[in-house]
Ligand binder design. Structure first.
Ligand code: FES
Length: 176
């Protein structure tokens, strides 16, 4: 009479080499120390462990911020920051990177980005096309100012699809 087959459910980790190959791996586990030897055949399908496709990243905008005052050798300091296109307004980018945005009055009296104080002025030296159009708030506060001036709290950097470089003059009212 043939012995009945026994099957046991056991935790089993296939060899690393079998995991790394994208094919079906079959392994046999042996349990010594018992009177009868039981063999359990495990089938591991590693094809389901494929990683999902990577999410598409937003393109990046490179920003250069020119400081308002020259340093010792007469050159103007430039700070560089990269951001994802269309995610933030210029004011937040500058504050997060500790780049001085406000003059003396704006430091204490700014509206916190609400578009009601007109103190977060920057000048777009290059890359204007990578920013949103001037808003109605900017039309109101900047109507007598150069076209290149923007309010940082109203200026969205990128549109989630474009990429490139934007050059910003900080505190342009100090340099004019
Ligand atoms: S922070 Fe007040 S208008 Fe921009």
């Amino acid at each position: 009479m043939a012995a009945a087959a026994s099957f046991a459910s056991v935790p089993f980790l296939p060899p690393a080499s079998a995991q790394s190959e994208n094919r079906q791996a079959i392994s046999t586990a042996h349990f010594p120390g018992r009177r009868r030897r039981h063999f359990v055949t495990l089938a591991v399908d590693s094809s389901s462990s494929e990683s999902p496709p990577a999410a598409t990243e937003s393109p990046e905008i490179e920003l250069e911020f020119i400081g308002p005052k020259p340093v010792g050798d007469g050159s103007y300091p430039v700070d560089k920051v990269k951001v994802k296109s269309g995610e933030k307004v210029l004011r937040n980018i500058m504050l997060e990177n500790k780049l001085e945005l406000y003059g003396a009055y704006g430091k204490v009296m700014n509206c916190g980005g609400g578009g009601t104080c007109g103190t977060c002025i920057v000048e777009v030296v290059d890359g204007k096309d990578l920013l949103n159009e001037r808003t109605n708030t900017e039309m109101k506060y900047l109507k007598k100012k150069p076209d290149t001036w923007r309010l940082a709290c109203q200026t969205i950097v990128g549109n989630k699809e474009n990429a490139g470089k934007v050059v910003i003059q900080r505190l342009p009212q100090w340099t004019k």
